[in-house]
Structure formats: structure tokens, C-alpha cells
Ligand binder design. Structure first.
Ligand code: ZN
Length: 316
């Protein structure tokens, strides 16, 4: 590629350097956030009445463990995102093992902090067993605690461990779905180019739903509009398949809507340019977005590979 901005070339060099041992950086970053999170949650648990790991929703959903696990494992995701080192099966297995190790490490710290207050000598496992069997839920209204759960306490512990591991996997799983440039080993960026209408005006759709007599003209209009919109989108998909960017752009220019305009119709097609910030190649992605505000649903319609030059023209 010619005329590359200098900072892109630097990014390329940096990326190349990072790919030599990217997995190590990801692991180190995860260990740092794990240590920081465990230290912070130990401080909170020892200085307040609140144990972050002990927060449950409806008695069985280990919300606290999930959140603490997410914070502990956030470094894996953040460093993967930053360096472009993809978290594959191998690193993922290491992350799971390290989450388990972190969980036990936090208990061993807890044991050491509790030791000076023991009435009698206890080994680590005796301590863990005693605390686990002694788990009791707070009574409704906050007046004291119920009976200790005994052996059932281990059920709670199992949920806690699962929550903690699950929390640590949230960031890697989110990254799993982010488009990735295999050539440059970097996550790609998404930019919405425009929207195409697919449905009809929300207000018109609401009126038509009432099925009142006399709105035949309006219904015919709406149906015609739906057909026209579908034809435009089908045409766009056909042209994108052939890789003719000028024709694709022609359709987008003639029919494109702003996000505000697009939000006023029942459904639309979101046209995204997804590209690597290093080599600039990538793809155009089409998604059908249905509904309004926070009640929208999205369905991917297609992905069309494009060169750097094609994407440049598409977003121009
Ligand atoms: Zn690339």
C-alpha cells in the first residue's frame, strides 16, 4: 500500500513485535488484575460487613463471584484487545486454570488473615470446611442469620467457583465475536456507514395495526414501500457479492438514512465497514435491525470481503 500514514506503519511494527510473545503479555496482565482484585476484595471483606464473593441473587445465582471473577480476569481480555493476541483454545485453558488458582489463592490469604483469631489450631482445609459448613443465609428483613447449611455449604461453594471462572471468561468470550484480521493479528474496527430503510414509518405501522376501515390507501402505500425497500436491499446484496463498490455506493447514497431517521422506521439495514486499522482491508457487513430504542433485535444478513481500496471508497 502506498501513502500510508506514519502512525499506521508504527502500529504495524508494534503489532509485529507483540505477536512474538503476545500470549505471555495476556497472561501477565490477567495475573496483575487478578492480584489487584483479590487484594481489594480481601480488604473490603475484612473492613466492612460486606463480602463481595458472598453476594447471591435469589440464593443460588453467584452474582458476587461472577463480578469479582470478571474483574480478576479483565486483564486477559484487555491485553488481548490491546495487542491483538487472540485468545485461542490454549490460552483459554490457561485462563481457566489461573482463575481456579486465583480462587484458591484468595482463600489461602483469607486463612492467613483469620489465623491469629483461631481458638484452636486449624489446617487450611479444616478452616475451609468449617467456614463452608457454617454458611448461613441472612434472614428476610436483615434480622440475623438462619441455620448453617452444613454439607449444603459445598453446593454454595461449587456455585461460587463456577461463577468466578465464568466471570473470568466473559471478556475472552466477548472478544471471540469481534472481527479479527488474521494477516496483521489485530482486532478490527467497526464503523457504521449508513442505514437503508426496510420497514415503514413506526407511526404509520401503528395506525395500520388498528385495522380501521378507510385506511386501504395507506395500507397499499405501505405494502408498496415494503416491496420497494426489500428490492433495494436485495439489489445491494447482489452488487456487494460481485464486489462492485461504485454501484454499492450509488445505492447507499441514493437510499441511505441517518441513524435518527432510521430509528423512526420499523426495521432497517445497518451498513457497517469493518476494517483492520493496520492493513485497512476487511469487509462490509449488513445487519437487519428491527424495533425501536432498547427493544431492538439484530440479525446479520451478510458479510462481503473488501480490499483496503474498496473500503476506502465505501466510507468516503
Ligand atoms: Zn490487517
Amino acid at each position: 500500500m502506498q501513502n500510508e500514514p506514519i502512525d499506521d506503519r508504527m502500529a504495524m511494527d508494534e503489532a509485529a513485535a507483540a505477536t512474538k510473545k503476545p500470549g505471555v503479555l495476556v497472561i501477565v496482565a490477567g495475573l496483575v488484575t487478578s492480584a489487584a482484585t483479590m487484594a481489594l476484595s480481601a480488604v473490603i471483606a475484612w473492613n466492612t460487613e460486606f463480602d463481595p464473593m458472598g453476594l447471591y441473587i435469589m440464593f443460588i445465582f453467584p452474582a458476587g463471584a461472577l463480578i469479582v471473577g470478571l474483574a480478576a480476569g479483565s486483564g486477559y481480555g484487555l491485553m488481548s484487545w490491546k495487542t491483538g493476541a487472540k485468545i485461542g483454545g490454549g490460552i483459554l485453558a490457561v485462563v481457566v486454570l489461573l482463575q481456579i488458582a486465583t480462587y484458591w489463592m484468595s482463600w489461602s490469604i483469607d486463612y492467613r488473615m483469620a489465623k491469629p483469631y483461631f481458638e484452636q489450631e486449624m489446617s487450611f482445609f479444616e478452616y475451609y470446611d468449617t467456614v463452608t459448613r457454617g454458611i448461613a443465609f441472612e434472614k428476610e428483613g436483615g434480622d440475623g442469620y438462619g441455620e448453617p447449611l452444613g454439607a449444603w455449604g459445598y453446593g454454595i461453594r461449587a456455585l461460587e467457583v463456577l461463577g468466578f471462572i465464568g466471570g473470568g471468561l466473559i471478556a475472552p468470550i466477548l472478544l471471540w465475536n469481534v472481527p479479527y484480521c488474521e494477516t496483521c493479528r489485530l482486532y478490527m474496527k467497526r464503523k457504521t456507514v449508513t442505514f437503508l430503510p426496510l420497514g415503514v414509518d413506526v407511526k404509520a405501522a401503528k395506525k395500520l395495526q388498528k385495522n380501521k376501515p378507510g385506511d386501504e390507501d395507506m395500507r397499499a402505500n405501505a405494502e408498496q414501500m415494503l416491496e420497494g425497500n426489500a428490492a433495494v436491499v436485495n439489489n445491494l446484496m447482489r452488487l456487494a457479492e460481485t464486489g462492485d463498490v461504485d454501484d454499492v455506493q450509488g445505492i447507499l447514497k441514493a437510499n441511505g438514512l441517518s441513524s435518527k431517521e432510521a430509528g423512526k422506521i420499523t426495521s432497517r439495514v445497518q451498513v457497517d465497514a469493518v476494517r483492520c486499522k493496520c492493513c485497512r482491508a476487511g469487509h462490509m457487513e449488513l445487519k437487519e435491525v428491527t424495533g425501536q430504542g432498547d427493544k431492538t433485535s439484530t440479525e446479520k444478513l451478510g458479510e462481503y470481503p473488501m480490499t483496503a481500496e474498496q473500503l476506502q471508497r465505501l466510507t468516503a
